[in-house]
Design a binder for this molecule. Structure first.
Ligand SMILES: Cc1cc2nc3c(=O)[nH]c(=O)nc-3n(C[C@H](O)[C@H](O)[C@H](O)COP(=O)(O)OP(=O)(O)OC[C@H]3O[C@@H](n4cnc5c(N)ncnc54)[C@H](O)[C@@H]3O)c2cc1C
Length: 427
C-alpha cells in the first residue's frame, strides 16, 4: 500500500473533484468531540455532530478518504448486518432495529448528496450475480424475506436466458436486480461530506497520525506536534487503526481487496458489458465485483488476499478473473490498479462500543461499508447527544477478539477464509 500521506494511485484519486489540503495538527486545541480517522465513519460522525452544533475536530493520519472509503468498489447497498445473525443473538426486536438501520443508511447517503450537492457520479441499479443454482434459491428467499417486511425497492429476478440484458458474460446462471441500490465515486463522496462538515464548523486536520489516546474524565488525543482535549472521543480508524488503541487491537482483522480499472471503453463495448450500467457482484466469499465508471472504464475488483500481504502484481492477479467474466476484454489496457484494507469482524457483525465511558468506536463493516458507515456516524452522534437506544443494541453484541498478535491473527483469518472457500468449491 501507499506510504503515509497522499492518496493511493487509484482511478478515484486521479478523478478528484477537490484536492483537500487541511493543516496538520499543531499545538493545543479544545473541542467537544475529537474524531480519529477521516473515512466515511469519521466524516459521517463529524457531519452529524457538526449539523447539531457540536464543536468537532476530525484528525486524519493521511488525507480525507485515504483509507477504504476512498478506494472501494463504490457499491451503494442498503442493509447494515444480517438480521438473522442479530435475531439469533439478541432476539426479534433487535433484529427489527437492525433492519431499520439497514434501510436508513442508504437514505442518509442520498440525503447528503442532495443536501450538499455532492457530485459523485451516483447511479441507481444493482445486480447480484448467480454462479450456481443455489445462489438463485438464495435470491428467491431474499425476495420473500424482504416482501414480508414491505421492502420499498423494486427487485427483479433475471433468468439465465435474459442475462445479456444486464451483463455481457456467459458465466452466470441468473441474477437479482435491485433498483434502489447503486454505485458512486466514493472518494468524491467522502471529500464532499468532509467539506460539508467543515461548512458546518468542523475543524479538519490531515497528515496528523494520532499516536496516543488518553482516557479518563478529560480525554485527549495526541499527535507528534499537537494535542486535542475533548469531552468525548470517536475512534474511526477501522482496518487502519493498528495499535493506536490497544483495547481495540485484534477485534477486527485487515483483509486486502483490490481493484483494476481499464482504459475508457468504447460506448459499444461498455454497453455490451453492462447494458444497464449497474453495479454487480457474485455471491462467493472471495467475490468478484465490478461496474462502469462515469467515463466508461470497467472497474473490476476482488477480495483475494486475507494474509496481510499485498499481491506483488495486482493487475496480474485480477486480470485473469476479469477475463473469465469478460473474455472480450483480452487486449484491453489496465490503466489503474490499487488495493485497500477492509476490517473483518469474526462474526461479520459491525462493532460499536465504548471505552472508559467517553471514547466511542465503530468498525468491522466486513466488506460492506459505504452505506453502513453513514448510519454508524448517526448512531455515534446520537449516543454522544444522549440517545443511546440504537447504540445499546450493538454494544450488546459480543465483540470477539482474535487470539494472538499480528503474526498469528492474519494466518488464522486466512485459514478461516480458506475453509469457506473450500466449502464453496466442494458444495
Ligand atoms: C478495495 C475495497 C473495496 C470495497 N468495496 C466496497 C463496496 O463496493 N461497497 C461497500 O459498501 N463497501 C466496500 N468496501 C468497504 C468500505 O470501503 C469500508 O467498509 C468503509 O469505507 C470503512 O470506512 P471507515 O471510515 O470505517 O474506514 P476507512 O475508510 O479505512 O478510514 C479509516 C481512516 O482512519 C485513518 N486512521 C487510522 N489510524 C489513524 C490514526 N492513528 N490517526 C489518524 N487517522 C488514522 C486512516 O488513515 C483512514 O483514512 C470496500 C473496501 C475496500 C478496501
Amino acid at each position: 500500500m501507499n506510504a503515509r500521506c497522499e492518496h493511493t494511485g487509484s482511478y478515484y484519486a486521479a478523478t478528484l473533484n477537490w484536492q483537500t489540503d487541511y493543516p496538520q495538527l499543531a499545538g493545543e486545541h479544545r473541542c467537544d468531540v475529537a474524531i480519529v480517522g477521516a473515512g466515511f465513519t469519521g466524516v459521517s460522525t463529524a457531519l452529524h455532530l457538526a449539523e447539531r452544533g457540536y464543536d468537532v475536530a476530525l484528525i486524519e493520519a493521511n488525507r480525507v478518504g485515504w483509507g477504504a472509503s476512498g478506494r472501494n468498489g463504490g457499491q451503494l447497498i442498503d442493509g447494515f448486518v444480517s438480521t438473522d445473525r442479530i435475531e439469533k443473538r439478541l432476539g426479534k426486536d433487535a433484529a427489527e432495529v437492525a433492519y431499520q438501520i439497514g434501510m436508513e443508511c442508504r437514505d442518509i447517503v442520498l440525503q447528503r448528496i442532495e443536501t450538499y450537492s455532492i457530485d459523485c457520479d451516483l447511479k441507481f441499479g444493482f445486480l447480484d450475480l448467480a454462479l450456481f443454482e443455489k445462489d438463485m434459491d438464495y435470491f428467491r428467499s431474499e425476495i420473500e424475506r424482504k416482501q414480508e417486511r414491505n421492502y420499498p425497492h423494486k427487485m427483479e429476478l433475471v433468468a439465465q436466458e435474459d442475462m445479456h440484458s444486464v451483463v455481457g458474460s456467459d458465466i452466470y446462471v441468473g441474477g437479482l436486480i435491485n433498483r434502489g441500490n447503486g454505485h458512486l465515486h466514493p472518494l468524491n463522496l467522502c471529500i464532499g461530506e468532509a467539506r460539508a462538515a467543515e461548512q458546518n464548523g468542523a475543524k479538519i486536520f490531515e497528515q496528523s497520525p494520532v499516536t496516543k489516546i488518553h482516557h479518563g474524565v478529560h480525554p485527549r488525543v495526541e499527535t507528534k506536534d499537537g494535542i486535542v482535549h475533548a469531552k468525548q472521543v470517536v475512534l474511526a480508524g477501522n482496518a487502519y487503526l493498528g495499535k493506536t488503541e490497544p483495547k481495540l487491537y485484534g477485534l477486527v482483522i485487515p483483509a486486502g481487496s483490490y481493484i483494476i480499472a481499464t482504459d475508457p471503453l468504447s460506448p459499444e463495448l461498455a454497453n455490451e458489458l453492462l447494458p444497464q450500467d449497474m453495479a454487480t457482484c457474485d455471491q462467493r466469499i472471495g467475490l468478484d465485483y465490478f461496474r462502469l465508471s462515469a467515463d466508461k472504464r470497467l472497474l473490476f475488483g476482488g477480495l483475494c488476499n486475507y494474509s496481510g500481504r499485498d499481491p506483488n502484481d495486482i493487475t496480474a492477479t485480477l486480470r485473469p478473473k476479469m477475463l473469465k467474466v469478460f473474455p472480450q476484454l483480452e487486449g484491453t489496457n489496465i490503466e489503474y490498479e490499487w488495493g485497500g484494507y477492509i476490517a473483518i469482524s469474526m462474526n461479520r457483525i459491525p462493532q460499536m462500543g465504548r471505552i472508559d465511558g467517553n471514547t466511542y468506536y465503530a468498525h468491522g463493516y466486513s466488506g460492506h461499508g459505504v452505506a453502513p458507515t453513514h448510519i454508524a456516524g448517526r448512531i455515534l452522534a446520537d449516543v454522544i447527544a444522549g440517545d443511546s437506544a440504537r447504540f445499546d443494541v450493538f454494544e450488546r453484541v459480543r465483540h470477539i477478539r482474535l487470539p494472538g498478535g499480528k503474526w498469528f491473527a492474519n494466518p488464522a483469518l486466512a485459514l478461516g477464509m480458506l475453509y469457506y472457500r473450500l466449502k464453496e468449491v466442494l458444495e
